[in-house]
Design a protein around this ligand. Structure first.
Ligand code: SF4
Length: 360
């Protein structure tokens, strides 16, 4: 079962298998470089790309890297890191279990590395709260609410749900998203924790390295320059569609809005940038932008990584620079660094100049 546990290390059975192997984490971090390296990579990739990187080919190393990654997150002791890490682990688990469920070819056996929907529901004690009915599912409202709590999109709000007899109908995609949230909640739970001295002292270098990666990201978020000509191709395309008044799916709208807030735009500025076309919904844009910025929610969201953009079909018109970066923010940062001063006129200043010239 080690391969299944390595693939889904948040499972209760995986935790038990680490415990029953009588693994002493202090010895592992002291003696097993491969485990520590993979743990560090798990956390750094979570910060940089919103996922946890390629699994190690050795299932034992992969499995043990999970508790060590949790130790590293605890040692850095920053709420933003806990959030990013839990989201990245859950996003990777989601990719894996949706692929497992779509894969009907594997012969199920004890060595199976796949996870079925029923197993996941059982893992989170959800069998009684989720009923299959007429090709979709119905979920108890009391179970739904905490699972949907961190989903930014308006469609998840209770007021927009057809509540019937204490149940909410969800389709399979929505149910899988709620399961991803259950995983995120479990991973987030208990982090950060107190790290015993014997383990912590062996991981000081890795902790310092992760702090640097985190600091780099915060620098990236301090860009505060808005030059749409230098946006990555994906974000240019999304902005263009919004400005033409085209309807965007929620994930696309989320991506462009999170990108714009990450480069320093206020809610009013995002609304103004979208306003080129009068048919955009100002109220909805304000609500979503405030939510993504963390003004009206406990979470400040960052723009999705290239891998996530690709999986949603939002990665379009890739150019040479795209081949060398993992994240649209990294693309933009590079273009800003490479630009001449005259190319760097901030859209917000140009707007202000335009308004004073027209006497506004
Ligand atoms: S590779 Fe990344 S930056 Fe380039 S278009 Fe795709 S998502 Fe955008």
């Amino acid at each position: 079962m080690q391969r299944l546990h390595a693939r889904y290390p948040f499972l209760e059975a995986a935790r038990e298998s680490v415990a029953t192997e009588a693994v002493d984490l202090a010895t592992v971090v002291e003696q097993d470089r491969a485990v520590v390296d993979r743990a560090r990579q798990r956390v750094s990739t979570a910060i940089e790309a919103g996922e946890i990187g390629e699994p190690h080919r050795d299932a034992r190393i992969e499995l043990l890297s999970y508790p060590v990654a949790r130790v590293l997150v605890s040692m850095v002791d920053e709420r933003v890191l806990v959030r990013k890490y839990a989201r990245a682990e859950a996003a990777t688990a989601y990719e894996r279990f949706t692929a497992d469920m779509a894969d009907t070819t594997e012969l199920k056996s004890v060595e199976s590395t796949g996870l079925e929907l029923e197993e996941l529901l059982a893992e989170f004690d959800l069998q009684a709260a989720v009923r299959a009915a007429d090709g979709e599912y119905r979920i108890d409202v009391g179970t739904y609410l905490p699972l949907a709590e961190d989903l930014w999109d308006d469609e998840w709000r209770l007021v927009n749900q057809p509540l019937e007899a204490g149940e909410i109908p969800v389709d399979e995609d929505e149910l899988l998203t709620l399961l991803r949230e259950a995983i995120r909640g479990r991973i987030d739970d208990g982090l950060p924790f107190e790290v015993p001295e014997a383990i912590g002292s062996a991981l000081e270098d890795e902790t310092a390295e992760i702090r640097e990666v985190l600091a780099d990201l915060e620098l990236t978020q301090d860009i505060d320059t808005v030059v749409p000509d230098l946006f990555p191709p994906c974000m240019k395309a999304l902005l263009d569609q919004i400005q033409k008044g085209e309807h965007l799916p929620h994930h696309s709208r989320f991506a462009i809005t999170a990108f714009l807030t990450s480069i320093g735009m206020t809610t009013d500025q995002v609304v103004d940038l979208y306003r080129v076309n009068s048919s955009f919904g100002e109220e909805m844009t304000r609500y979503q932008t405030d939510h993504i910025r963390g003004d009206s929610s406990p979470t400040e969201y960052s723009a999705p990584s290239c891998a996530t953009m690709q999986s949603y079909g939002d990665c379009v018109n890739k150019d040479d620079l795209c081949e060398r970066i993992p994240h649209p923010m990294a693309y933009y940062e590079q273009r800003i660094d490479d630009a001449d001063d005259e190319e760097l006129e901030d859209w917000r200043e140009a707007e202000e100049d335009g308004q004073s010239a027209s006497g506004d």
